[in-house]
Design a protein around this ligand. Structure first.
Ligand code: PEP
Ligand code: MN
Length: 335
């Protein structure tokens, strides 16, 4: 249920509503809007009785939420969520370009790539220090040493750092070094990790499970938000289908549908979804054309020697081409 406050409701009125919600053992999420605040109640098992709230001072209405997700949806929060770190934004007026290495392999490989990303005018850098690999024998990432290299990238180029946490101990470290905590496709329904990310005080980039429906994806975001972290970015990264000509099948239909159902920003990963360098630029263009709030792209100075996902990494010149083409498209559609 959402308790919709009157536009003239005071801080004191809102506090009283929150206290009343909490007195029943529920959780209250206060969501400020342009003209009025709403208080969303979670933690209830069955329907909530509106009578303890309806007559409290400052309360305009008590509205039932019929969707399975409460905080992710547009029932209350109609304005788009914008993630802001300094001048860098995701979900704002400018399309967000998050680019970098799949895995941080060496200082040199990371810095060479970061230089190109910064020179292209991008504000975000990606790079994995904890890699969830299909084979236990594949390169697993540099862990904290990799995070330190990423912190150096921020220091040197002013780029904001996005990096994956594969489990709770990794999340503790990622929260310390990075700007945005990435939860990967294989962990989209790792509910204890989602709850831990919800307790973090940094934005979370949540990738869609490779076999998950949109509703499951939104409920995974709800897990994070229900713990009090409302800074969530969704990322489409392709799903499993019978098609075998690309690594996964990019589901671009999810982008307009997320815009219809949710206030959260949604970005697209053309690298992991296609797995093929020659498809990345084309799918990036398509995603921006359908309204993606940003892109997450793998780049590598020498992909033939990459320790992870070399076949999908763009060469530097291809990356520059991608940036200029998607910017042109973003401008045409007035992103
Ligand atoms: C990644 O972005 O590095 C990654 C492993 O992606 P995904 O979780 O989508 O496979
Ligand atoms: Mn990868």
């Amino acid at each position: 249920m959402i308790i919709v406050m009157k536009p003239e409701a005071t801080e004191e009125d809102i506090r009283r509503v929150i206290q009343t919600v909490e007195s029943f053992g529920f959780k209250a999420h206060s969501v400020p809007g342009v003209s009025r605040t709403g208080v969303v109640i979670t933690g209830n098992q069955g329907a909530i009785d509106p009578s303890p709230y309806a007559d409290l001072p400052g309360v305009a209405d008590c509205v039932r939420i019929t969707k399975p997700y409460k905080l992710v949806g547009v029932d209350l929060h109609r304005e788009k969520t914008v993630i802001r770190i300094g001048e860098a934004e995701i979900g704002g007026a400018e399309m967000a370009m998050i680019a970098g290495v799949c895995a941080v392999e060496t200082y040199e490989q990371t810095m060479l790539t970061a230089e190109v990303v910064a020179e292209a005018g991008c504000k975000w850098f990606r790079g994995g220090a904890f890699k969830p690999r299909t084979s236990p024998y594949a390169f697993q990432g540099l862990a904290e040493e990799g995070l330190k290299i990423l912190a150096d990238v921020r220091e040197r180029f002013g780029l904001r750092i996005v990096t994956e946490a594969t489990d709770e101990p990794a999340l503790d470290l990622v929260e310390k070094y990075a700007d945005v905590i990435q939860i990967g496709t294989r962990n989209m329904q790792n509910f204890s990790l989602l709850k831990r990310a919800g307790q973090a005080r940094k934005p979370v980039l949540l990738k869609r499970g490779m076999s998950s429906t949109l509703e499951e994806f939104l409920l995974a975001a709800e897990y994070i938000m229900s713990e009090g972290n409302y800074q969530v970015i969704l990322c489409e990264r392709g799903v499993r289908t019978f098609s075998s000509h690309s690594r996964f099948t990019p589901d671009l239909t999810v982008i307009p549908e997320v815009h219809r159902l949710s206030h959260l920003p949604i970005i697209f990963d053309p690298s992991h979804s296609t797995g093929k360098r020659d498809m990345v630029i084309a799918l990036a263009r398509a995603a921006v054309a359908v309204g993606s709030d940003g892109l997450l792209v793998d780049v590598h100075p020498y992909p033939e020697r990459a320790l992870c996902d070399g076949p999908q990494a763009l060469l530097f010149d291809q990356f520059r081409q991608l940036v200029s083409e998607v910017r042109a498209i973003a401008q045409i559609i007035n992103h």
